[in-house]
Design a binder for this molecule. Structure first.
Ligand code: SR1
Ligand code: MG
Length: 424
């Protein structure tokens, strides 16, 4: 018997029906007659091919890794195995926060390919933030998602065997970790080859690169990222990894999943909301038209954080079955207050890390390789530079002063103050 050919080949709109028509998990959803399948390539991310495949019966997403970084081309090779990490992250996230991430229908490791649930009519949150649209319940879903995945993926919840096996699995995702280590924490702080920035920022960028306090603190955040395998992270939780309708919110794209510090995902996410906040004047229909929407964004940030802390606390009190802070040492000894004390300390630690990671994300999305659409689509270069400069200013404050910013009200007030300053 001849073995099936598993040699990797990227899919095309034309080849997809023939190549995947025999996969039962797909045919069951779309029908076996592939002549009725409609295929569209819609990938607008930095790395992969993404196809929507639809028939009269149903729809699926087919995501396939390319052997290189799509944004840059084949001069930057990248292993197909990232699909394997994404698959493992998706099935863990689905168990830890059911209903928030796409269901996986089929995974083919050799082809770097995942077939999964197509969220429709959802759109990428970034586009919605540019259009000035609001989403009921979004902040609550994102806060719950962060609390549940971060808590349940950590040694507050997992036993030692499960935890060590899992850390081992994701520890092999070396190339994706390297991208984050380099692009997020190092490149912005010197004239790295892949960097680019809006020309009007030249003076500010020179000052930031000469700012040794910032460089040291950004590197302290890098040390936390590299050295603290506290939980399984999404690893790339920005507003391009969130899909929304007016009432529903979903989280996608965890191919950068790895074990890292608790504050990383939520910090990246909040950093992206603060950047969207500063970008609003660049999308305003008339001057001042987005002021109320900017306040809505700050409200979202507050709600994500308060939902996160409430849910994390609830999980601490009811699901602490893992290696750390065992109930046998605390509640079972009548030391409930000590348990609450430990919880408060853990949350304070996450809070400070969250601010630091938010800050480095805001700086890297302005100075390093991958920028954000909210800024990139502002055609007026002076306006773009102005929005980006404000983001850089808050980002720097978050990194350097993260231990002095006591609560979300203080951070949002700082954002408002920076937004109200005369041209930077
Ligand atoms: C080379 S990949 C650049 C960025 O895109 C991804 O979405 C990650 O954010 C990564 O840092
Ligand atoms: Mg992505």
């Amino acid at each position: 018997m001849t073995k099936p050919d598993t040699t990797y080949a990227p899919l095309t709109v034309e080849s997809l029906p023939e190549r995947l028509g025999g996969v039962a998990a797909i045919a069951n959803r779309l029908g076996a007659d592939t002549s009725g399948w409609g295929v569209k390539e819609v990938g607008d991310g930095n790395l992969n091919l993404v196809f929507i495949v639809q028939s009269g019966k149903g729809s699926v997403i087919v995501k396939q890794a390319l052997p290189y970084v799509r944004l840059v081309g084949d001069s930057w090779p990248l292993p197909l195995k990232r699909a394997y990490y994404e698959y493992h992250a998706l099935i863990r996230q689905a168990a830890r926060d059911p209903g928030t991430v796409p269901e996986v229908y089929y995974f083919d490791e050799a082809q770097g390919l995942i077939v999964m649930e197509f969220f429709t009519p959802h759109i990428i949150l970034r586009h919605s933030l540019m259009a000035g649209r609001k989403h009921d319940g979004m902040a609550r879903v994102l806060g719950l998602y962060c609390a549940r995945t971060l808590f349940r993926g950590s040694d507050l919840s997992m036993d030692t065997t499960e935890r060590k096996n899992d850390v081992r699995l994701f520890a092999e995702s070396v190339e994706l970790a390297d991208i984050t280590e380099t692009l997020v924490f190092s490149d912005p702080y010197f004239e790295a080859e892949r960097n680019h920035h809006t020309p009007g920022l030249d003076g500010i960028v020179a000052r930031l690169r000469a700012d040794v306090d910032l460089k040291v603190e950004a590197h302290n955040m890098k040390a936390k990222f590299c050295n603290n395998a506290e939980t399984m992270l999404h690893g790339d939780l920005h507003t391009g990894s969130v899909m929304v309708t007016d009432t529903e919110t979903k989280v996608i794209d965890p191919e950068f999943a790895l074990y890292g510090p608790m504050g990383f995902d939520i910090g990246m996410l909040l950093g992206n909301f603060w950047m969207a906040y500063f970008a609003q004047p660049g999308h305003a229909e008339t001057p001042g038209a987005r002021v109320e929407y900017q306040e809505w964004i700050l409200g979202v940030v507050s709600k994500i954080w308060s939902t996160f802390t409430a849910e994390f606390s609830q999980l601490w009190r009811t699901e602490r079955t893992g290696i750390l802070y065992e109930r046998t040492l605390y509640e079972d000894q009548g030391h409930d207050l000590a348990s609450e004390q430990a919880l408060a300390q853990r949350l304070q630690h996450i809070w400070q890390d969250c601010l630091g990671f938010a800050g480095v994300e805001m700086i890297r999305r302005t100075l390093s390789l991958a920028h954000i659409a909210e800024n990139d689509t502002i055609e007026d270069e002076n306006m773009r530079a102005d929005c980006e400069a404000r983001g850089l200013r808050l980002g720097r404050q978050l990194v350097v002063n993260r231990e002095r910013l006591m609560d979300m009200a203080a951070v949002n007030d700082l954002a408002r103050q920076i937004a109200g300053e005369a041209r930077l």
